[in-house]
Design a protein around this ligand. Structure first.
Ligand code: FPP
Length: 261
């Protein structure tokens, strides 16, 4: 697919695919019908992501809290993952998609664990786009996992820094998400990529995930490209609104004179 260039577009986009249940409810359908429609939306979004030059796409398919949903729904979501691997893997591989998993693997049925690992192994050298599937993923859970790994390795406290923690997250070696898209309109992070999202930009839309299409993805990317990302710093041309002439005078703005004894 030809690339539609977006100036200053994001390299890594992460998606909270929310609203499947409400999409189904609005149509008088069971929740699983919403998840099915949401699954069918993945292919066009993945294709559009390649087209828009996204290098890494992370999708949150199942959270560590989703185990508390009704058994039927949990079983349905596990089956969706299984079917996706069985039916789509060949095509994904052919299209140059590198599959990665973020989250816990050990709570999935052993057969599914193996299928996930085999899919990762098969596609590990593909470089058109990386697709991180967050399944049994929670942001706090990920941090706990990273800290445990560090302790297990016996790494001394003074060697623990942000870089080391990043290297122990499931996304080790990948850049942090530039843009996090949340569909379904909720104004919260739900702990998604808690560590990695410190300086991510957010795009939140009321659109339910099954209705989130290529056009709105494009809109989100253009909106991102117009953001002013300062990472806690300031830009040279981002001066004081008071036009302070010199440093000494600028200090006058810090304290009142009577404070300076
Ligand atoms: C949140 O919607 C969505 C989920 C918990 C599952 C998302 C899964 C897919 C889109 C299918 C793709 C799956 C794989 C394995 C790649 P919700 O059910 O919380 O919706 P609601 O807030 O409207 O109830």
């Amino acid at each position: 697919m030809a690339e539609t260039k977006i100036e200053n577009g994001p390299r890594h986009v992460a998606m909270i695919m929310d609203g499947n249940g409400r999409w189904a409810k609005a149509r008088g359908l069971p929740r699983l019908a919403g998840h099915r429609a949401g699954t069918e939306n993945l292919r066009p979004i993945l294709e559009a992501s390649v087209e828009f030059g996204i290098e890494i796409l992370t999708i949150w398919a199942f959270s560590t809290e989703n185990w508390t949903r009704p058994k039927r729904e949990v079983r349905g979501l596990l089956r969706i993952l299984e079917r996706m691997i069985r039916r789509e893997l060949k095509e994904l591989h052919k299209q140059g998609v590198q599959l990665r998993h973020i989250g816990r693997l050990e709570r999935l049925p052993p057969r599914l664990q193996k299928e996930v690992l085999d899919a990762i192994e098969l596609t590990k050298n593909n470089d058109r786009i990386v697709l991180n599937v967050a399944f049994d993923y929670g942001g706090r859970d990920e941090i706990v996992h990273a800290v445990r790994e560090i302790i297990r390795k016996g790494i001394p406290a003074e060697e623990v820094d942000e870089e080391l923690l990043s290297a122990h997250m499931y996304t080790a070696g990948q850049p942090d998400p530039d843009l996090i898209i949340r569909t379904g309109g909720e104004l919260r992070t739900s702990g998604f990529m808690l560590w990695q999202s410190a300086y991510s930009e957010y795009y939140i839309t009321p659109t339910f995930w099954p209705d989130f299409g290529r056009e709105e993805l494009y809109e989100a990317l253009v909106a991102y490209s117009q953001r002013d990302r300062r990472f806690g710093g300031i830009k040279d041309d981002y001066g004081s609104p008071y036009e302070v002439p010199d440093e000494e005078e600028e200090d006058d703005f810090l304290f009142d004179e009577e404070d300076e004894e």
